[in-house]
Design a protein around this ligand. Structure first.
Ligand SMILES: [Zn+2]
Length: 385
C-alpha cells in the first residue's frame, strides 16, 4: 500500500508534499528542491507519519510512483533503517548540542544510493536556543542533495530564523471519521468501535490506537469520569485526589524504573565499566547528566496522564454544554449518554460553563510548577459545587 495511505485526513498537506516529491524526481526541477521542511500539527495529528511518508516518497525507487510503500527504499524508510536517512525521535526532553553536531556531520555526507540525504528530526521543538543556532547554520547552507525535515507542534516552537528558512506544511486535527477508518483498517474492528475510539480520543491518532489495542482502556476511561462525577463533598474530593495521584505516580515510577536502569547499564557499558562497578569520580558527571535527564522525564511522565484526564473531563463538560444548550450535535463522549443526561439535568448551563473554565485553568496550572495536589483539589472542589 502507498506510503501516503498512512496519512489520514490531511489532503491539503499531502498535496503539497506529493507535488514536492514529484518535482524532486525530475532532473529539470530537482534544483528547485526546498532543502528544509517544517511539518507542524497538533499532538496526535500524525506529524511524524506525514514526515515519514514524505521521506519515503523522496527515496522511493518505484519507476512511476512516489512512495509506493513496497520497494526496498520505502520499506527501509518506514523501518528506520534506510542508509541515507538519519532519524531522530527523542523521548528526552531536550536535544543536545552533541546530537545536533552529529546531524550536521550526517548532513554533509553524500547519499549512498544517489537520491537524497535526509535528516528527519521529529521533535525539533525540543532544543534550547544555543542548539537551535547551531542547527540554523546547518540549514542555511545545505549540500545540494541534503534535505532537512523538521517536525514540531507549531511553527512558534522554533526560533524565527529557522522557521523562516523552512517551507512550512501545517497539519490539521484530522476528522473523526478519517481516524475511525484508519482504525478499522489497522485493527479489523467494527465501525462503531472504531468511531467511538476516534471520537473519545478527539482524533488524536495515538490515543485512538491505544483505546483499541489496550484492553479495558475504554471502560477505564468511562469509570474514571463516573467516579469523579460521584464525588459529593470536599472530604471525598480530597481523598479521591490523593488516591488518584498516588496511583498515577506509582504507575509511572514502575514504568520508568526498568528503562532508567537499562540506560544506566548502557552508559556504564559505554564507559567500559561492568554492571557492578561504581562509576569513578572522573566519569561521574556523565552519570549525573543522565540522572537529571531522567528526572525531567519523570516529571513529564507524571503530568501527561493527568493532563489527559483533564482533556477527557473537558470534553465531557463540553458535551454537557451542547446538551444543556439544546444544540443538535453528536457528543464526543460516545457511549456516555447516561452520565451526560444525569449531569445535564442536575445542573445549569451556567454551572457547566464555570466547570469548563475551572478545568481549563487546571490545565494551564499543570504546565507550571504548582503542586499537582493543590491543582486537583481545587478543581475537584469546583466540580462538586
Ligand atoms: Zn517505493
Amino acid at each position: 500500500m502507498s506510503s501516503w495511505a498512512e496519512v489520514v485526513g490531511q489532503e491539503q498537506a499531502v498535496g503539497v508534499l506529493q507535488a514536492a516529491a514529484q518535482a524532486a524526481r525530475n532532473p529539470q526541477s530537482q534544483r528547485a528542491m526546498t532543502h528544509a521542511w517544517l511539518i507542524t500539527g497538533p499532538p496526535g495529528s500524525g506529524r511524524s507519519v506525514a514526515a515519514r511518508a514524505f521521506v519515503a516518497a523522496l527515496q522511493c525507487s518505484h519507476p512511476t510512483e512516489n512512495g509506493c510503500g513496497n520497494c526496498e527504499d520505502c520499506r527501509q524508510v518506514w523501518a528506520k533503517t534506510h542508509p541515507d536517512v538519519t532519524d531522530f525521535a527523542t523521548e528526552k526532553s531536550i536535544i543536545s548540542v552533541e546530537e545536533v553536531r552529529s546531524f550536521m556531520h550526517a548532513a554533509q555526507t553524500a547519499p549512498s544510493r544517489g537520491k537524497w540525504r535526509v535528516i528527519l528530526l521529529e521533535d525539533a521543538d525540543r532544543m534550547v536556543e544555543r542548539t537551535s543556532n547551531l542547527l540554523l547554520k546547518a540549514i542555511e547552507e545545505p549540500p545540494a542533495r541534503t534535505v532537512w525535515v523538521l517536525c514540531a507542534p507549531s511553527p512558534e516552537d522554533l526560533i524565527t530564523t529557522i522557521r523562516s528558512r523552512c517551507r512550512q506544511v501545517n497539519l490539521r486535527v484530522p476528522p473523526v471519521k478519517d481516524v475511525a477508518q484508519l482504525l478499522m483498517r489497522k485493527h479489523a474492528v467494527e465501525w462503531e468501535t472504531a468511531y467511538q475510539a476516534a471520537s473519545l480520543a478527539q482524533s488524536h491518532i495515538g490515543i485512538a490506537h491505544r483505546l483499541i489495542t489496550e484492553e479495558g482502556r475504554v471502560e477505564q476511561r468511562y469509570q474514571q469520569l463516573a467516579d469523579l462525577l460521584q464525588i459529593e463533598n470536599v472530604g471525598e474530593a480530597i481523598f479521591y485526589v490523593e488516591e488518584m495521584l498516588k496511583e498515577n505516580k506509582q504507575q509511572v515510577e514502575e514504568e520508568l524504573a526498568t528503562r532508567n536502569a537499562r540506560e544506566e547499564a548502557e552508559l556504564k557499558r559505554i564507559l567500559g565499566l561492568t554492571d557492578r562497578e561504581k562509576v569513578p569520580p572522573a566519569m561521574r558527571s556523565q552519570l549525573t547528566q543522565l540522572q537529571e535527564e531522567q528526572k525531567r522525564r519523570a516529571v513529564r511522565a507524571v503530568k501527561d496522564p493527568l493532563d489527559q484526564l483533564l482533556v477527557n473531563l473537558l470534553s465531557f463538560f463540553r458535551d454537557v454544554v451542547v446538551m444543556q444548550a439544546g444544540v443538535n450535535h453528536p457528543p464526543i463522549n460516545q457511549g456516555y449518554q447516561d452520565l451526560l443526561v444525569a449531569v445535564a439535568l442536575s445542573s445549569t448551563l451556567q454551572d457547566t460553563y464555570r466547570k469548563v473554565n475551572a478545568i481549563e485553568i487546571a490545565r494551564k496550572r499543570l504546565q507550571s510548577n504548582t503542586s499537582v495536589n493543590l491543582i486537583f483539589e481545587a478543581l475537584a472542589v469546583e466540580l462538586i459545587q
